[in-house]
Design a protein around this ligand. Structure first.
Ligand SMILES: [Fe+2]
Length: 366
């Protein structure tokens, strides 16, 4: 903005006089509000799982799941300090349930999902139906659904939580209730929803309303189902030059993303794969495993990392070396080549694809 003569002095006088009325001039701020390129306060960051795990287990020695309600270590983005957010729109945390513990039943407007990291046989109950969880399973707790967690096994259970807490906070829409009982009464046998809706089919008669909301009939996506699907796709489909082999989890009610505000997908990146195209700007975080991913946990734990990337920024590539926590600028144009296959489990907000799609294309991002 070019000013002439004493315009600046007149404007400053005007600003000073109107400030007590809480009025500000858009023309001074327009370039910060309407950006030519996305700009995010979030930064790329990588957490080392083994370090986080040891802190989480120490917390487990001090406070019970019942005392804490949810015993979780928040993965807070260094650029969003104090906001309990991993991206501007998403929250993430690592949750621990020890043998014999129950995290009591509650419900809230926030949508949540979890990717199981370690442990096998603990459950998440949603509306009174248990999902018995195994490593790498995806389990949803959609907004305003009663849910509790329990671990009847003799080993700790840890998973990665993802919620839309920042988005709900943005709309001042946080409500929560406690059931008053530790566990919701059983409404259906474990696995009933998968048996009914987990095979690309649905009942001829719509009796889902008996125990599940019609708009959210499925909440458990087992690794035993999604991994073979991903492998089969990798064996037959042409690889996407940016995503690698990627499958998005779907809500069978409408064929859309799993929840209103969050979507999730898994990616298989073959050895030597280098992402070559730009990604559209969106908020996301991921956990990934390098190497052939076996069906047991112990041999892969040290290969897990969790990261968030700020896709609106260009810059250096991340340092993906195992065991290193690194802040890294996101490179929307490239991810480094690896010498072994890797599996990525990604959580992202549901970006406003329709209005942004054409802009992304114009900027060479897809
Ligand atoms: Fe919850």
């Amino acid at each position: 903005m070019t000013l002439v003569n004493d315009q600046r002095a007149q404007l400053e006088e005007l600003y000073e006089e109107m400030a007590p009325s809480h009025l500000t001039p858009l023309w001074e701020l327009l370039s910060q509000l309407v950006l030519p390129q996305p700009r995010s306060p979030a930064v790329s960051h990588r957490w080392n799982y083994d370090d986080a795990r040891s802190y989480l287990l120490r917390a487990g020695d001090i406070i019970s799941a019942e005392q804490a309600e949810r015993r979780v270590l928040i993965l807070e983005n260094p650029g969003l300090e104090g906001l309990s957010a991993i991206t501007p729109s998403l929250y993430a945390g690592l949750q621990l349930i020890l043998p014999g513990e129950i995290a009591p039943s509650h419900r809230h407007t926030q949508c949540a999902l979890r990717f199981v990291i370690e442990g096998s046989g603990a459950f998440t109950s949603v509306g009174g139906e248990k999902a018995v969880m195994n490593p790498f399973d995806l389990v949803l707790t959609p907004g305003w659904e009663w849910h509790d967690h329990g671990n009847p096994t003799d080993t700790p259970m840890i998973w990665l939580d993802g919620l839309d807490i920042p988005t709900v906070r943005h709309f001042d829409a946080s409500f929560a209730e406690h059931l008053g009982e530790k566990v919701h009464p059983e409404t259906a046998p474990p696995g009933a929803s998968i048996a009914t809706y987990g095979h690309n089919m649905r009942p001829m008669r719509g009796h889902v309303a008996d125990y599940r909301p019609a708009h959210q009939p499925l909440f458990h996506y087992p690794y035993a189902q999604w991994r073979p699907a991903l492998d089969a796709m990798a064996a037959s489909a042409t690889i996407d030059p940016h995503l690698g082999h990627a499958l998005e989890f779907l809500n069978p009610a409408d064929g859309g993303a799993i929840m209103d505000t969050i979507s999730a997908h898994v990616r298989l990146l073959p050895a030597g794969f280098t992402s070559s195209r730009a990604a559209r700007p969106t908020a996301r975080f991921s956990s990934w495993l390098r190497g052939k991913v076996p069906h047991g946990w112990a041999s892969v734990r040290s290969r897990l990392a969790i990261a968030t990337s700020s896709l609106s920024r260009r810059g250096r590539n991340c340092d993906w070396r195992r065991g290193r926590i690194s802040s890294c600028s996101a490179s929307p144009t490239r991810s480094p080549s690896r010498n072994s296959d890797s599996i990525r489990r990604n959580v992202r907000d549901r970006d406003f694809r329709t209005p942004t799609a054409s802009a992304c294309q114009d900027h060479g991002r897809t």
